[in-house]
Design a protein around this ligand. Structure first.
Ligand code: ZN
Length: 380
């Protein structure tokens, strides 16, 4: 999907993040929910033996180190964990240890091409996240890591995890994670109240990530975010959607606007896989329509963007959302079209159509266009 660069607004990504970790390579649930690569030789193989293979058998070195990282993590052995890094990379070890200890169901393994593979969940989330880390070894010790793509927000910066029931916020340590958690809880409540509670498999799980800066925000999604976007939603390995927010774009926003942005993104999470079959104007229109009552900035932008819409306005196309010249009006028209649908057919019909756009007996494009134009006329 092309990047959407609508300034200060969220965009949605729909694709698999990271890599699938070979199921055969991970086993043995550890004491604190940490799994390690069962195929790795035991730690008793000794550092000397591992070092001697490092230059000739990188995948084996990676598996050995993965096993030791996992053992130290399960044991809560920070020193043992950091001792697997060179002196120059110990701070990296500290960052990873702290982050990975806060995760659930961590599995560490080595891929055939020598990447360190990590899967994890946050709190009670149903889905799984994954990263494949291109480790730089010095002998059998970790000497650094190249930037993987996509880039986990915890790769080089300390993060903190704030949780409340099914809502989790993973944030750069500099960020006020508790404040973001409150906004995320508010957003989740609103989306449930909008009729999306338990909707086609959404369990109420919400995961929000706040990277340290705009660079890490862009790289979190392999650089696809598009400059100026405030947030996006990415789908992780096991169909868990994660909301990622740019803390620099939203820094000067009011609390109401931040909570409104999260409300928009959580709608995307709730619509999930089934919502992907609907056209983009439906997905974005529903998200804006749910968020609009609480999001002053959105209402002002949509009002301005739709003010000059002609009487014979058309439903926005996917391409309209990708073009900087048309994207603002595309969002505004999408929200108006959805409001028009609700006015004529009600919320339940809207949600049923959004769930199964191809299969449900939704109105024709001509009828939907008339609903859009009628809504625009009401708003003039
Ligand atoms: Zn959106």
């Amino acid at each position: 999907m092309p990047a959407c660069s609508h300034p200060g607004r969220g965009v949605t990504r729909r694709r698999l993040l990271g890599v699938a970790v070979a199921g055969a390579g991970v086993a043995g649930l550890g004491g604190c929910g940490i799994r390690t690569d069962a195929s790795a030789p035991p730690a008793s193989a000794g550092p000397t033996g591992a070092a001697s293979t490092a230059t000739t058998d990188r995948p084996r070195t990676t598996r050995v180190v993965a096993g030791r990282l996992g053992d130290a993590l399960v044991a809560g052995d920070r020193t043992g964990f950091v001792d697997l890094f060179t002196a120059g990379a110990r701070s990296l070890g500290e960052v990873w240890f702290a982050a990975w200890r806060s995760f659930t169901d961590v599995a560490i393994g080595g891929s055939a091409d020598g990447h360190l593979e990590l899967t994890w969940r946050l709190g009670e989330e149903a889905g799984t996240s994954a990263a494949a880390l291109p480790i730089k070894f010095l002998g059998a010790l970790i000497d650094g890591v190249d930037d993987p793509s996509p880039l986990p927000i915890w790769l080089r910066h300390p993060v903190v995890l704030a949780r409340s029931g099914p809502v989790s916020v993973l944030a750069a340590a500099e960020v006020d994670a508790d404040a973001w958690l409150e906004h995320a809880r508010t957003a989740a409540d609103r989306v449930r109240d909008a009729g999306l509670d338990g909707w086609h498999g959404w369990t109420g799980d919400v995961v929000v990530e706040i990277p340290v800066d705009s660079r890490d925000f862009d790289l979190r999604d392999a650089g696809d975010a598009g400059s100026g976007a405030a947030a996006y939603t990415v789908r992780e390995v096991d169909h868990q959607d994660v909301v990622v927010v740019d803390p620099m774009v939203t820094r000067a926003w009011s609390d109401a606007d931040v909570a409104g942005l999260l409300t928009h993104e959580v709608v995307h999470v709730a619509l999930g896989v089934s919502g992907d079959r609907a056209p983009m104007w439906v997905r974005e229109g529903v998200a804006d329509w749910v968020a609009a009552p609480w999001w002053p900035k959105l209402r002002a932008e949509n009002r301005a963007a739709s003010a000059g819409a002609p009487a014979d306005a058309e439903l926005p196309t996917d391409a309209d959302f990708a073009d900087p010249d048309t994207v603002a009006r595309a969002y505004a028209l999408a929200e108006a079209a959805v409001a028009g649908i609700v006015a004529e057919h009600g919320r339940d019909a809207l949600l049923a159509w959004a769930h199964d756009w191809a299969g449900a007996p939704a109105p024709s494009a001509a009828a939907l266009t008339e609903l859009l134009r009628a809504e625009l006329a009401r708003r003039r």
